[in-house]
Design a protein around this ligand. Sequence first.
Ligand code: P1T
Length: 387
Amino acid sequence: MHDKDQAFATKAVHAGTEPEPITGAIMTPVFMTSTYVQKAPAEHTGYEYSRTGNPTRRALAKALAALENADHGLCFASGMSATDTVLRTLKSGDHVIAGNDLYGGTYRLFTKVYQRFGLTFSFVDCTDLEALENAFQDNTKLLWLESPTNPLLRITDIKAAAALAKKRDVLLAVDNTFATPALQQPLDLGADIVVHSTTKYLGGHSDVVGGAVLTRSQKIFDELAYLQNAVGAVPGPMDCFLVLRGLKTLSLRMERHCANAKRVATFLAEHPKVDRVYYPGLESHPNHEIAAKQMNDFGGMVSFELKGTVEQGKVFCTKTKLFQLAESLGGVESLIEHPPTMTHGAIEPEVRRAAGLADGLIRLSVGVEDCDDLIADLTAAFEACFA
Ligand code: P1T
């Protein structure tokens, strides 16, 4: 059976990994080496120095490429360094269109770092295709999307966005961290580049920081591989091993994340103390239809606003016990956080509010625990917060 014909769950277990040829070890070895012995100058096995290449990293890149239906993959030291390397393909004077609801660190990289080097950015609500179309300029080179977005869980019609970009020879990069390839494969929808923070669902156990870029284009891959080697933000082999191990259960974990999140979102939507719930799996979500069309399921992230004050929202975040108060997402354990003061604190309050990110927003990363326990935890927090 050709690998490409295998179902996702099978690929998640097997892609990129072969039994180790000397011992038959079923798990990819952690190649803890910085360099490789050469037979004669420049006569080597394909590996010469571990910034340039490492077999454990290579196995992870191959696995991720298979899962995203890509031909090429590169792994990075973090999601931010993956994003950074894509941005380094641009030059001063180029224009980027980016979604107006993005991870705060991505917004910070774009506005506080790359703007200084002469790139310009337009932040647009990409769920509004007319607004997106109007944002293109003669010097636009890249369209950068998250879908679902962090933290408002908005869904962009990736196929339609890709068509708009293609018409103008603009590259489309999709940060697929929230969906994972288990739920959505942006390259199949017309994207040129997929970016991941492997720190999240792909690693899945909150024990590693990493990133990846996947593409079908040899030209894009060559350019990114050149930049990766020239700049150097590579992950260590142990980190790659951990993500590779996480991938094996990605399919299983995502099923539970999605089922739990759907129940939590429904519980919140019916709760008298909740003002708004953001979850693309709810029929009331404005982008529910496109989410149902382009995703296999709706993901494990849920955001909501309380009917109380912003202060009550912050207190609520301290009252849950299973949902632990922390940044990040996508691990097996449930997390709760307050985006305006935590993950999205780098965005100026007026910019944040204009994009619809309210001061009282609370974000949940719904884990794989028993969902009755999660609902009981939230119920107890409501009682403690509104006593
Ligand atoms: O943390 P790092 O691995 O560098 O990845 C950055 C990143 C990129 N893209 C998205 C969509 C992200 O959510 C993140 C990181 N986000 C969090 C830490 C968070 O809690 O939202």
